[in-house]
Ligand binder design. Structure first.
Ligand code: SF4
Length: 193
């Protein structure tokens, strides 16, 4: 019991130290950590989630802070803001070509590469363990899970007929989901189990 508690504390301390080190590395390329976080979210968000509101919920920041971050990314020509087609009061935020090029320099991708060098068993266990911790923490805080379609209760692998925008289906929005979109994250995601 005492050993389990000590090991658990060590994991929490390691996560805290690791995220602090990673944040420290997010001042390169003329960006700050908040701008990297926003850019990373928008690079992964699906078409129902690429908005200032979803970004605010994902980052758990205030509207004012997000507005400043969005303005800075626009000034740097890394994102563009536009009106959502058919919804006059809704804003879409998308990465520009320069924004996508910047994502190729994302400091967190160096950590992803380091994860790739771990043994397969260690990597799979970490993946599972971290996913469980994240799911527990988001549920406890009643925060959106921001998962991808294939782990969502509204996802259906088989869409309707041969819809060109498919082949999958979202039962919540009643809209087709493409193979590319399956890997993107969504504000309306609800865990399947
Ligand atoms: S299936 Fe779930 S995650 Fe995918 S678009 Fe629909 S609500 Fe979002």
């Amino acid at each position: 019991m005492v050993k389990t508690e000590a090991e658990s504390r060590e994991i929490a301390y390691a996560l805290e130290r690791l995220s602090r080190l990673m944040r420290g590395g997010e001042f390169g390329e003329g960006l700050n950590p908040a701008q990297w976080e926003a850019l990373r979210f928008l690079a992964r968000a699906n078409r129902f989630s690429n908005s200032p509101g979803a970004l605010t919920r994902y980052l758990g920041a205030t509207k004012g802070t997000i507005s400043q971050t969005v303005k800075a990314l626009e000034r740097k020509k890394l994102i563009v803001k536009s009106e959502r087609p058919g919804e006059k009061r809704s804003i879409v935020l998308e990465l520009t070509e320069a924004g996508h090029a910047m994502m190729a320099k994302d400091p967190w991708m160096a950590l992803a590469a380091a994860c790739g060098e771990l043994g397969g068993k260690t990597r799979r266990r970490m993946d599972k363990g971290l996913a469980e911790l994240l799911a527990g923490e988001t549920a406890r805080r009643q925060s959106p899970s921001f998962g991808a379609c294939d782990s969502c209760r509204f996802w259906r692998e088989q869409g309707r007929g041969d819809d060109a925008l498919g082949p999958h289906l979202c039962m919540l929005f009643d809209l087709p989901i493409s193979t590319t979109e399956v890997a993107q994250i969504c504000i309306a995601h609800e865990p399947a189990n």
